[in-house]
Ligand binder design. Structure first.
Ligand SMILES: [Zn+2]
Ligand SMILES: [Zn+2]
Length: 195
């Protein structure tokens, strides 16, 4: 595993700026990997799966350190609005969920140096506070379905309403027809124009 400083350097380049979220994300991932006993994530890309619970700054850093990516199906995004991530070792089925403590924010505000600059103070505090002060860790079991795993798609069907292809069992059966989620009534968009 690289050092915190090395990861922060890479995280800043990857994310576009340095922020408290990069520090939290890097540390969350280092802690989670440490719990799994994975010392060098670069060597264990195929073994790792990460669930992130928020679509904010920290997620970029978690992805950077673990090497888990949405496009590889090794990064799963759950819209829970929590600064939390679960690190799964597919080889041992072990998993640890790391969640940022809310009281760490308060602690960071009273941290020494940079008085009058709470943002900077928070950023620096997150680098040096103990893991226990920043995070809670739970050992968990994650229900993984074959159709959620990385690798080739397990299935592909055409939606019987719009005709668009649907991978990995994400279709629904509605009144005997196989429909994509959009046509099944879960659409997040309304079509204005196009075909
Ligand atoms: Zn950021
Ligand atoms: Zn459809």
């Amino acid at each position: 595993m690289k050092s915190l400083e090395e990861y922060l350097d890479l995280a800043q380049k990857n994310h576009g700026h340095m922020c408290p979220g990069q520090v939290l994300g890097v540390r969350m991932a280092m802690l989670g990997l440490g719990k799994l006993g994975i010392a060098d994530p670069d060597k264990h890309r195929k073994r790792l799966l990460t669930f992130v619970e928020i679509d904010r700054c920290a997620t970029d850093a978690v992805s950077l350190v673990t090497g888990c990516r949405l496009g590889k199906r090794s990064l799963k995004y759950l819209d829970y609005g929590k600064v939390a991530a679960t690190f799964v070792d597919l080889q041992t089925q072990q998993a640890f969920r790391v969640v940022a403590r809310d009281d760490a924010r308060e602690k960071a505000k009273t941290f020494g140096g940079n008085p009058g600059d709470p943002y900077r103070q928070q950023l620096e505090a997150y680098k040096v506070l103990d893991d226990d002060e920043l995070f809670n860790v739970q050992q968990v079991r994650v229900k993984l379905r074959p159709e959620d795993m990385p690798g080739r798609p397990r299935s592909r069907v055409a939606c019987q309403e719009c005709g668009e292809g649907v991978n990995d069992g994400r279709e629904s059966r509605v009144n005997g027809r196989l429909l994509c989620r959009s046509c099944a009534g879960e659409s997040y968009y309304d079509v204005l124009d196009g075909r």
